[in-house]
Design a binder for this molecule. Structure first.
Ligand code: HEC
Ligand code: HEC
Length: 311
């Protein structure tokens, strides 16, 4: 081999190496940039809606924390919506009577300004809501099926509720904080304040299968959200759990005949009792649930950490 080619080779190898290194570096930077930019970029309007609006709004499946957005384009014109959505608080401060009414029916919940909402994204999302309303497609309802519940759903639902079968994404069993029907009434949790700890009548409170389905897919209340944001309840699980709720409501049948006032008084008594229980039990309970959550994380992270762990 002639020396000229040899040194040429060496140079070329060095050149290739540094090219490879630069390529790697560029690749790493690119990955980082993509990771940062992805939430804002690679989303279409539907994904954006699901991730940023659907915990509080459905299109056509009833109100959640916020109003059903179906046909909102017929209630307010585009210019108004484009002013409101990016900065809901400003419209309230201005005393816009329509918004004050919305605020009232939302029990004072103020819509937070959406993150990552550019002018073009805002147009896209409003176009999307309008198009889906016109097409009569339903968004929200947690992707729950309309089919009737089966015995299998019910068995699964009870197992999930009681923690016999763990939730797929590692959320804590409902029974640590709730009861439903007779499930959990002996030793069931009381963490959620009454009447929210008893889910037997939650269909009435939150408005049926669809509404409750999306509610569970991204719970908008503080404790539930904190718990299930990182450990979402899957649609099949929500479906099974709701079969238990619906069954409990049906078999506590006479409740349908209970006059509203009674219901209110029972609720009020329950609330007072619940507050007392809540106050005394909250700290310990919450810690133990937190501990369970943290332990779950650790177990996922490294199984060895939990061996011989405290109980
Ligand atoms: C944390 C809950 C929450 C989230 C998330 C949320 N909203 Fe809202 N939204 C509300 C509430 C509550 C109202 C009623 C006004 C108020 O009380 O502030 C409202 C009102 C609206 C209205 C007016 C509805 C009507 O009937 O006139 C529109 C439009 C709207 N939101 C769009 C959106 C869009 C688009 C997103 C996602 C980018 C979104 N909202 C995210 C809670 C939310
Ligand atoms: C660590 C305690 C805890 C666990 C576990 C828990 N919840 Fe909750 N839940 C709460 C609290 C507290 C509330 C009251 C609202 C809030 O602060 O989030 C609540 C509220 C609710 C509500 C609304 C009730 C109403 O009337 O407004 C529903 C529905 C619900 N939970 C369902 C479930 C289901 C289903 C599970 C199991 C998959 C579950 N929860 C697990 C604590 C818990």
């Amino acid at each position: 081999m002639n020396p000229l080619t040899h040194s040429f080779r060496n140079q070329r190898t060095a050149g290739l190496l540094s090219t490879a290194f630069r390529f790697l570096l560029a690749f790493a930077v690119l990955v980082l940039l993509l990771a940062l930019a992805a939430p804002a970029q690679a989303q279409d309007a539907a994904t954006f809606f699901k991730q940023n609006c659907s915990s509080c709004h459905t299109i056509g499946a009833g109100r959640l924390a916020g109003p059903d957005l179906k046909n909102v384009h017929t209630r307010r014109d585009r210019a108004w919506l484009k002013q409101f959505v990016p900065n809901p608080r400003a419209m309230i401060d201005r005393g816009d009577p329509y918004v004050l009414k919305l605020l009232q029916s939302a029990n004072g919940v103020v819509m937070p300004p959406p993150q990552g909402l550019t002018e073009s994204r805002l147009n896209e999302i409003l176009d999307f809501i309008e198009a889906e309303s016109k097409a009569g497609r339903i968004w929200g309802g947690g992707g729950l099926s309309d089919r009737p519940y089966t015995a299998a759903d019910f068995v699964l639902g009870r197992a999930l509720f009681s923690g016999e079968k763990p939730l797929a994404k590692g959320g804590p069993a409902c029974i640590s904080c709730h009861t439903v029907g007779t499930l959990g009434s002996f030793g069931g949790g009381r963490l959620a304040p009454a009447p929210q700890y008893d889910l037997t009548r939650v269909y009435e409170r939150l408005g049926g299968r669809k509404a409750l389905g999306s509610w569970l897919s991204a719970p908008p209340t503080p404790t539930m959200n904190a718990i299930f944001k990182q450990h979402p309840i899957e649609p099949t699980e929500a479906f099974a759990l709701l079969s238990v709720v619906e069954d409990a409501a049906a078999s506590s049948g006479e409740a349908d005949a209970v006059p509203l006032l009674n219901f209110f008084l029972i609720g009020l008594g329950g609330a007072v009792a619940g507050l007392v229980i809540f106050g005394t039990v909250w700290r310990g309970r919450f810690r133990s649930v937190r501990r369970a959550l943290v332990r779950g994380e650790l177990q996922r992270g490294s199984a060895s950490l939990t061996t011989g762990g405290e109980r």
